[in-house]
Ligand binder design. Sequence first.
Ligand SMILES: CC(=O)SCCNC(=O)CCNC(=O)[C@H](O)C(C)(C)COP(=O)(O)OP(=O)(O)OC[C@H]1O[C@@H](n2cnc3c(N)ncnc32)[C@H](O)[C@@H]1OP(=O)(O)O
Length: 402
Amino acid sequence: MQTRATTEADLDAFVDTVHTAFGRFRDGETGDGGQWWSALEPDRGVLATDQDGRPVGTAASYSFELTLPGGGVLPVAGVTCVGVLPTHRRRGVGAALMRRQLAGVRERGEAVAVLLASEATIYGRFGYGPATVSRRFTVQRARATLAVPRAGVRVPTGSVRVLPRAQCAEVLEQVYDRYRRTRPGALSRPPRWWARGAGRPPVSRAPRHVAVHHDADGVADGYASYLLENDALVVDELVAENAAASAGLTGFALGHDLVDEVVFKHFPPDHPLPWQLEDPRAGQEGEATDWLWVRLLDVPAALAARGWSADGELVLDVTDPFLAERERHLLTVRDGRAGCTPTTRTPDLSLDVRDLGSLYLGGVAPSTLVRAGHVRAHHPEAAARADALFRVARAPHCVHWF
Ligand SMILES: CC(=O)SCCNC(=O)CCNC(=O)[C@H](O)C(C)(C)COP(=O)(O)OP(=O)(O)OC[C@H]1O[C@@H](n2cnc3c(N)ncnc32)[C@H](O)[C@@H]1OP(=O)(O)O
């Protein structure tokens, strides 16, 4: 077995191999109206071949930007299409693909790789940690009365228009791009995704209604793509640039006739709706699952790129079992920015790079992973100091599927 980089000429064989590995058919099998693979970047693929040169495994990555705590954006590798033919599994092909891919990501100068995992048991061993959660929020429409705001502050009103999907592609792309820069954990959607309909709704051309929110000046600042399924209105994606757009679109969905319940997919962890319902039991959280997994490849560069919430110092002893590496870093935070340098000082925390991936966007506190037994705190104040540094103003959230 060998691995090699792909070129444009490999695209067909690559896509066929991925489909066989996932047990899917190539044409129209996803029902989302799009060819998800049409946005692949052929120069970022890796193919594993047998001794006769036949493809037996695949891995690929997209060039995305990830929004970080503090508002910076970082170029990252969006890993996808990791698949090995069912006839060739558990012989090291997947690990060889991961090794080659991670080396390629480093060569490109990307400090971080991210992915969505098909199974949560696969990627920890390759240094990835779950960093954001996706959950649904289901509201019984008949009980969905909103409470009168007790602070007496009125969210400015805009207007909502339902537009045919074909007419609003550009608006959605623009709104999404502004939104994703404000939300830690969000990923860019490069223009060709929208042009080719390469993701899931609303990126794909699958039939969906789209409610677009406009502010008082008529500028679009949010959207919700949705469909009616049985007795439910299912919102695939609600993207809002501000509180008024969020409130306007949420209110629109809850006010829709002919449905008993409204299901918000990818409901942000800090959305105020659960607190706005007059009857708090009218809404139910459900189906929470790990979403974005994060893998640090250049720890100093990755840590220096994000914003930090408190001044201080922390010595991190980071082990990377998959790449057989171990580094000790002194993290020094001043005025929200960090420097990260090699050190021989006694560590405050020792941790696996996968756990640093989980901490990176602020979705879990260091002290939680200390209590879970995964991060070692070397003195009594270490976890509290790490919590103060890693704490984020906004919970990380990602709605992009890739
Ligand atoms: C980002 C994405 O693309 S997510 C999509 C992932 N792909 C899929 O789910 C498609 C179906 N599955 C597959 O194609 C393969 O099973 C893969 C790619 C997940 C793994 O490929 P393999 O060639 O079997 O992996 P490989 O033999 O290198 O195994 C490496 C290690 O991972 C473990 N492993 C592999 N697959 C799994 C799994 N599904 N669950 C748990 N452990 C796994 C192996 O047991 C092995 O462990 P070890 O190092 O302790 O011995």
